[in-house]
Design a binder for this molecule. Structure first.
Ligand SMILES: [Zn+2]
Length: 207
């Protein structure tokens, strides 16, 4: 099926801009920014700039993050048959919905990461008093739980560079048993880290 560029243009309407740069030397490409985002929808028309004869390749719809310069969704294809208009409308609307949904999920995961980091730091900052013998530092922290332990990340009291849970060399736990000798629970008493930069030992005890 052959679609003219005028037909295509009027179908997409004024929200879409026809790109006159070198987005594609071969075909006409349209673009629309998704409001309040860094995302643009591009519609590759499959209408040739040179002739009207390339009727067989499908119209493609892509979403791109223009700041990060990455594709945001998988490319969608719309066949050029008599139903191309409703299908293209549907595809564009779905791309907008999916893009916004993905963006919300992305924002949530970022803020969750920030909250976790703050939590990990706040437990630590409650007690920044380190006592030390050469290259061996110790301190105590309240409010321990597994959640924070797994995300622990802080600066070394000696060299001030970052160490993380990956640098834990010992986990001190108390294991409790009931009268039948069955293990009931484990309780974290503290950790020892080794700074990956200056090799200092950092012992953190729970109270
Ligand atoms: Zn260090």
């Amino acid at each position: 099926m052959i679609i003219s560029i005028e037909e295509f243009k009027s179908f997409l309407g004024p929200k879409f801009t026809l790109l006159d740069d070198n987005a594609s030397k071969r075909e006409y490409v349209f673009e629309m920014k998704i409001d309040n985002t860094n995302l643009v929808i591009k519609v590759f028309s499959s209408i040739s700039k040179e002739s009207d004869q390339d009727a067989h390749c499908p119209i493609r719809v892509v979403v791109i993050d223009i700041v990060q310069k990455i594709g945001w969704l998988k490319t969608q294809k719309v066949l050029k048959n008599e139903n191309w208009q409703p299908f293209l409308t549907k595809t564009i609307n779905r791309c907008i919905d999916d893009s916004l949904f993905k963006l919300e999920e992305f924002k949530k995961s970022i803020s969750l990461r920030e909250i976790n980091l703050k939590l990990a730091q706040s437990t630590f900052n409650l007690s920044q008093i380190w006592t030390s013998t050469p290259d061996f530092f110790s301190t105590t922290v309240p409010l321990l739980d597994k959640f924070k332990q797994q995300r622990r990340r802080d600066s070394c009291p000696k060299c001030n560079r970052i160490y993380t849970t990956k640098n834990m060399i010992r986990l001190l736990q108390a294991i409790n048993f009931d009268i039948n000798g069955i293990q009931t629970k484990t309780e974290t008493l503290g950790w020892t880290f080794q700074c990956p930069h200056c090799q200092s030992l950092l012992k953190i005890s729970a109270y």
